[in-house]
Design a protein around this ligand. Structure first.
Ligand code: HEC
Length: 135
């Protein structure tokens, strides 16, 4: 009986470690989408391509909702805040770009970019092999 319990406890632990690893892989996949979408958005704002910029800004808001959910599970209040600020800034980019106000849209875009480095400084760590780690 005792042994069974031990096996159960060990397999539960293994399962939760696996879920964590899956979560982290999904998170990296999010960031890999955020990076290029964000630079594409910057270029579209410069080229004053309103409709295309709006689509990217919307996509980024959705992606940062998922980023927010990830940190909520880890109860990391500062990271949740960065994700919220990013969403809000991209929403403002969307609104200004849809109205054709590209100066204002670019100003909001800069605010969004500030959240990237804010969170990266706090929650991203470079491993000795040069890859990134979540902390
Ligand atoms: C709430 C925190 C947070 C915010 C906000 C955030 N990031 Fe990240 N980002 C991370 C963490 C943590 C990692 C490290 C994950 C990893 O790569 O293992 C990361 C990694 C990345 C990577 C590397 C992915 C790879 O190839 O491994 C890119 C690119 C990236 N972020 C872009 C951005 C951009 C652009 C923004 C802003 C628009 C942004 N991030 C905002 C937390 C954040």
């Amino acid at each position: 009986m005792k042994k069974n319990f031990l096996i159960l406890a060990v397999s539960c632990l293994a399962a939760s470690v696996m879920v964590m690893a899956q979560d982290e892989a999904a998170y990296v996949a999010l960031m890999k989408q955020i990076g290029p979408t964000c630079s594409a958005l910057g270029k579209k704002l410069q080229a004053k391509e309103g409709a295309a910029a709006v689509a990217d800004a919307k996509k980024l808001q959705d992606l940062f909702q998922e980023v927010h959910a990830f940190w909520q599970k880890r109860s990391a209040a500062d990271a949740m805040n960065f994700a919220k600020e990013a969403s809000a800034a991209f929403q403002s980019v969307e609104q200004h770009a849809s109205g054709g106000h590209f100066d204002e849209a670019s100003a909001s875009f800069k605010k969004a970019l500030a959240t990237c480095s804010g969170c990266h400084n706090a929650h991203r760590e470079k491993a000795p092999d040069g890859s990134w780690k979540i902390k």
